[in-house]
Design a protein. Structure first.
Length: 94
């Protein structure tokens, strides 16, 4: 195991003991879907594909795929992306 991953795992264990949210630790992905019209993604690495019916984002855990209709990246920052539209599915690709 790489030294950086060991630090993250140790930090996550300490965080669990003192009740700190896991997304506070570096590159932990956080996805929040509100109803079927908004997805808020934090700690992504980049945009892989952006079309009207699919948006795919690179993450530390793989590719995050959002399927739907009339999808728009309404906000794109280095630490978060906001997707609006009619969201049908959110899933990880291998």
């Amino acid at each position: 195991m790489k030294k950086g991953k060991r630090r993250i795992k140790l930090g996550m264990r300490v965080g669990e003991l003192i009740d700190i949210p896991l997304e506070s630790f570096g590159d932990t992905l956080k996805v929040c879907v509100i109803a079927d019209s908004l997805a808020w993604i934090e700690n992504y690495d980049g945009v892989f594909e952006c079309a009207e019916n699919v948006i795919r984002l690179r993450t530390g855990s793989g590719i995050l795929r959002v399927d739907g209709e009339e999808l728009v990246l309404s906000e794109l920052r280095c630490d978060r992306a906001v997707i609006k539209g009619s969201i049908k599915a959110v899933q990880f690709e291998n």
